[in-house]
Design a protein around this ligand. Sequence first.
Ligand code: AMP
Ligand code: ZN
Length: 114
Amino acid sequence: MANDCIFCKIAAKEIPSALVYEDDQVAVFNDLEPQAPVHVLIIPKKHVANVLGLKAEKELAGHILGEVVPALVEKLGLKDGFRLVANTGAQGGQTVMHLHFHLLGGRDMAWPPG
Ligand code: AMP
Ligand code: ZN
């Protein structure tokens, strides 16, 4: 666990969250400040700083994108579409430095993002 990492603490259940899905590698919970009717965060339980850290975690990357996301689309009723976002680094708007994919849905999405 990385020191003082809020998402490591959520993964370890030291901080409570509204868990939507969990397995041995991943936790998924509702965002505290939802930006859409469905807004969950998909995090690895292991501390990975951002998507670039997946270069060394290809099995985890495949698990998240190939298994967890499709399972959540089914479970959360997002078959008509959704947005999957990984804000990365300061310029990308990442505020929590533990990899998380925002999965947003339940409304029409606009483009470009802010
Ligand atoms: P980002 O700006 O992409 O790094 O996203 C961080 C997200 O984490 C924001 O959407 C916050 O609302 C969310 N967040 C921060 N702390 C918590 C928490 N304790 N439980 C759930 N979501 C959180
Ligand atoms: Zn962490």
